[in-house]
Design a protein around this ligand. Structure first.
Ligand SMILES: *Cc1c(COP(=O)(O)O)cnc(C)c1O
Length: 433
């Protein structure tokens, strides 16, 4: 399969090049040149197949030409090593728990898949240095996903004092090929340092740099698997009912992957885009006019995105046709107050503890459900990760303590020269390797 940019289909590149480049040269996002349809027989066999077998059949058309079948199987085996269960919350409503991975958020699957792809691409004695700026969640998923992967050195830049203790622990406690750098500045300063490094040609002559950004095709595509796994679990209950899937969304990578699954033939009736006060997608859905804006902080902070990067992938999937898009996607938005009320209500009525992101997903699903439908909402994070918000709803809720005493981090100013010198002094350059 070849990939091209959302902005032009002129330059076609392989899966490998798309993973290594991350973003297309015209700043568009990479997309596959077509979305393959799965055979009817695949869906007939689905219930008897293992998760690994399903994952292989779904992803192999995309990686063909870069990864041979055995390489893909090995990567999937390393990626899918924790359960993704669909848990019944109330009548007809299921929570697909994506938080059983090492960092308790759904980004684990994509980060691990990408790390193992990069390891498969790397030549003997060659080191790739992955730079990531993070405000919290991405850094922990990438740290854990890339931990111990041969040939890949990861540098995570996070703003000093601005990530939770839990997130800091996840980024700083691993060691080996993962280094956490605490920058004396803001998240934007971290991002600027990373961008400057990528633009620094002299540095790039000496270090082989890569990014683990969420728009990377190797993080994006494996998210399709959630929907297939969920279908495998729910199919015996579906009969002739319609299946709705609600996705708490920020950059819309996860939801767009669900749309890809639907286009491959998975019988999702409609996807529901669940948003907090960061609502440019919701307003587009309602009015047909798209206006990105600055993000506002909310309780479901992994969804605080004012300009969702995967909007371009959605638009290209529907050829900018708003009416066509509305046939496949419903949308809704909810306030922090509604989020907290829902955590409380669902706990008391159904004995299920939602995290703030899952709560928004649950609310959006409820809005579109009727007697003819069965619904799944994606529970994207463990409630422990958002203890302070969950406690507003459930004062007795308590997450396990995090111990920061064994953690290692490097302190850095926000001056690019300092960061550059450190990178060159402490890292194996291309020529030495
Ligand atoms: C990243 C994240 C989201 C948003 O996912 P997108 O693919 O960016 O829409 C939702 N919930 C949690 C917990 C996340 O970490």
């Amino acid at each position: 399969m070849n990939f091209h940019s959302t902005r032009t289909s002129e330059i076609k590149i392989s899966f490998r090049e798309a993973v290594q480049q991350g973003l297309a040269p015209d700043k568009g996002l990479f997309i596959p040149e077509r979305i393959p349809k799965l055979e009817k027989s695949f869906f007939e066999r689905l219930e008897t197949m293992s998760e690994l077998e399903i994952a292989f059949e779904v992803l192999s058309p995309y990686t063909e030409g870069t990864l041979d079948p055995q390489q893909l199987k090995d990567i999937l085996k390393k990626t899918l090593s924790f359960p993704l269960p669909a848990v019944k919350v109330s009548e007809g409503i299921y929570s697909l728990e994506l938080f059983h991975g090492p960092t308790q958020a759904f980004k684990d699957v994509g980060a691990r898949f990408m790390a193992n792809c990069l390891a498969a691409f790397s030549r003997k004695n060659e080191k790739v240095t992955v730079l990531v700026a993070t405000s919290g969640d991405t850094g922990s998923a990438v740290a854990s996903g890339f931990f111990g992967v041969d040939g890949v050195e990861v540098k995570i830049l996070f703003p000093k004092g601005k990530v939770s203790a839990y997130q800091e622990h996840q980024m700083t406690s691993l060691g080996r090929n993962i280094q956490a750098i605490e920058v004396d500045g803001s998240f934007d300063d971290c991002q600027t340092l990373v961008k400057q490094a990528f633009l620094d040609e002299k540095l790039r002559d000496r270090l082989s740099l890569s990014s683990a950004n969420s728009i990377n095709i190797a993080r994006f595509l494996p998210q399709m698997l959630y929907y297939f796994f969920s279908y495998k679990q729910l199919r015996p209950l579906l009969h002739s009912k319609k299946w709705l899937v609600s996705v708490p969304s920020g950059n819309f990578g996860n939801l767009t992957a669900g749309l890809y699954a639907k286009h491959m033939g998975l019988p999702i009736d409609r996807m529901v885009a669940a948003n907090n006060a960061n609502d440019p997608f919701y307003l587009y859905w309602k009015t047909g006019k798209y206006k990105p804006k600055a993000s506002v902080p909310t309780y479901s902070n992994a969804m605080d995105v004012g300009a969702p990067s995967n909007f371009e992938r959605i638009q290209s999937l529907y050829q900018d046709d708003w009416r066509k898009l509305k046939q496949d996607i419903a949308a809704s938005r909810f306030s922090d107050q509604q989020t907290v009320e829902t955590i409380k209500k669902v706990y008391h009525e159904h004995h299920y503890t939602l995290d703030p992101h899952g709560a928004v997903g649950y609310l959006a699903l409820r809005e579109y459900m009727d007697n003819e439908s069965i619904g799944t909402f994606l529970e994207t994070a463990h409630p422990n990760k958002f203890e302070s918000v969950v406690r507003i709803a459930l004062p007795k809720f308590k997450a396990p303590e995090t111990d920061l005493s064994l953690c290692q981090k490097i302190s850095m100013s926000r001056t690019y020269g300092d960061f550059r010198n450190w990178l060159l002094q402490t890292n194996i350059t291309k020529h030495e390797a």
